[in-house]
Design a protein around this ligand. Sequence first.
Ligand SMILES: Cc1cc2nc3c(=O)[nH]c(=O)nc-3n(C[C@H](O)[C@H](O)[C@H](O)COP(=O)(O)OP(=O)(O)OC[C@H]3O[C@@H](n4cnc5c(N)ncnc54)[C@H](O)[C@@H]3O)c2cc1C
Length: 381
Amino acid sequence: MDLQKNYDIAIVGYGPTGVTLANLLIKMGLEVLVIEREPAILQLPRAIRFDAECMRVFQTIGITEKLLEEIAPGPGMKFEDAEGNLLITWDRPTTKGIHQWSSAYRIHQPDLEAVLRAKIHDHNLLDLKLRHEVFKIDEHADACTIHYENLANGTLHQAQAKFVVGCDGARSLVRRLIGTTFEDLDLHSKWLVVDFIAQNNTNDLGDYSIQFCDPKRPMSYIKGTGMRRRWEIMVMPEDDVQQLATPESIWKLLEKYIRPEDAIIERSAVYTFHALIAKKWCKNRLIIAGDAAHQTPPFMGQGMAAGIRDAANLAWKLNESIQHNNLGLIESYHSERLSHVTEFVNGAVNFGKIIQNYCEDAEFQQQVNQPRHHSLDKDFI
Ligand SMILES: Cc1cc2nc3c(=O)[nH]c(=O)nc-3n(C[C@H](O)[C@H](O)[C@H](O)COP(=O)(O)OP(=O)(O)OC[C@H]3O[C@@H](n4cnc5c(N)ncnc54)[C@H](O)[C@@H]3O)c2cc1C
């Protein structure tokens, strides 16, 4: 066992939420321990969009100049029915809005995480333990003891921190230790997600994302950065998932839009999307943020963005709490973030109902089916 070290904050998980929070805390002069199970940034097909408010947080961190080399504004989303008729357009202005940034940007999640990590690596206030796993946390009146394992050699270690923030994703250990259940917003569906690298522009369907609301096979097209093209394909009840995810089956499903001579499959994964919000986000000195606290289907591109907002809301409150020993401030983190997150998760569930075509609400059906072309006027920033 190591002699215990003392930190202001321990962060479990170094995904986009953890690395954003670490950046903000270090900027405030706090000593931070980060423990992450994986040796490197996850390369799964995940976030491909973020918004202007995230850009403001990245501006505070000081990475917008670097990010602008990699990102591009995106104009929004169109929903089409099975015959190709336009149902809805959700425009996202590409000009500067109230945040002085465009409403939506295309991004490749691993590239964003790399820029965020590069900003703090080698900083003397950060102690980063990659390939280490937290397995237990003891709570005391004025601190927590974190127990973690070095996965490279099996040695066990301990550290002390005034607060522990679980940015440890959907299967969060810290959430289990807080001892909360979820509010279930009632969307659970399986989708195959495929990232392509286009070799030419024949498969470029334009800058708008397209939701193909075909009840026989709902699909989504999202243009990524550079030559990246994302296709999301709903898994139907009769599908054999393993067979569906083979390259032969992917090319067949998408033959109308993209062909092997024009693109290569970079990676694919099958996910079950959920709409869940934890009922408690804090208990004494244990706190959760990001996917640990809420999970959303990706139809609005808001999961990671919500975690970045959590980090921004939490960072200054942790700093104040440590400076003035005021635990009460942390409680406002949950109440302030909850209504915002709920709005977005509900928005994504409603988008999912349109795309997946199973909404039974008569009034909602009428709204979606009546007009052939209408815009969503609600301004999600
Ligand atoms: C198909 C798809 C498309 C998406 N598109 C978008 C989009 O366009 N825009 C958007 O905003 N969001 C999108 N998302 C959501 C986004 O990817 C997630 O919300 C985001 O990655 C969550 O970040 P996080 O840091 O909270 O959790 P994670 O990224 O899951 O990171 C958690 C980290 O904690 C580590 N960890 C867990 N337990 C432990 C432990 N005990 N000890 C040490 N380490 C631990 C894990 O190894 C992991 O690295 C999408 C998701 C999917 C699946």
